[in-house]
Design a protein around this ligand. Structure first.
Ligand code: PGA
Length: 244
């Protein structure tokens, strides 16, 4: 269960969040729990979660190790501060910051090279779903991004299926819709990396996951976890998702 805080919270708010959150999930051992925080909050998040089972991640990384890339953060930097995960190719980065399948692949490889677990996001826009193009879009994103990994690299990453129309809108995909998309993605994984690897890869669902709809989603065997935006910002609601 991964929380994506997007561009919310100060370091002080981060500390307060974990003071409330950690006791609420202390007895939960059924899922890996990750918070992907803004860069400026990472130090506070890593400090607050030391000795706990909660892991911390970034929300993006540059593919170069270092260099003249004003405003960017690299994989070795995330690793050095203590991150274990990083989100790559979130639809907000694809929509607003020019992310392409090609740059998603470069960032994914850069994360893996430094030992971070990338959570690579794919998903269709509303118009694409309405035009019945969901599986085609997922296949294109897969082929241009994840499909370019080596089998070893593939075995160390996590996929997040996030229909863009469900993100931050309160319009959650039905469990069946999500499971269909997960099956299509797993089919692409199987065609490229074989059956065993495709069964082993974790595919998270993201898009308006909340404490009151998480159970239905997680009841689908195809859905291995969640990538949670809005509902991860408040300790009680994210604990409600984690402890579904
Ligand atoms: P949401 O965001 O849960 O607020 O819909 C999910 C995401 O963008 O990862």
């Amino acid at each position: 269960m991964a929380g994506n805080w997007k561009m919310f919270k100060s370091p002080a708010e981060t500390t307060t969040f974990f003071e409330k959150f950690l006791p609420l999930v202390a007895a939960s051992h059924h899922a890996e729990v990750v918070i992907c925080a803004p860069f400026i909050d990472l130090a506070a998040a890593i400090g607050a979660t030391q000795g706990s089972a909660v892991a911390i991640g970034g929300q993006n990384l540059h593919w170069a190790k270092e260099g003249a890339f004003t405003g960017e953060i690299s994989g070795p930097m995330l690793k050095a501060i203590g991150c274990q995960y990083v989100i790559v190719g979130h639809s907000e980065r694809r929509q607003f910051f020019g992310e392409t399948d090609e740059t998603v692949l470069k960032r994914t490889v850069a994360a893996l090279e430094v030992g971070l677990t990338p959570i690579v996001c794919v998903g269709e826009m509303l118009a694409e779903r309405e035009a019945n193009r969901t599986n085609e879009v997922l296949k294109t994103q897969f082929d241009g991004g994840i499909g370019g990994l080596t089998p070893d690299q593939f075995s160390r990453m996590v996929i997040a299926y996030e229909p863009v129309w469900a993100i931050g809108t309160g319009k959650v995909a039905t469990p069946e819709m999500a499971a269909d998309a997960h099956r299509a993605l797993r089919g692409s994984c199987e065609a490229r990396f074989g059956r065993e690897a495709s069964q082993a890869v974790r595919i998270l669902y993201g898009g308006s996951v909340k404490p009151d709809n998480v159970q239905g989603l997680m009841a689908q065997p195809e859905i291995d976890g969640g990538l949670v935006g809005g509902a991860s910002l408040e300790a009680g609601s994210f604990a409600g998702v984690v402890n579904f």
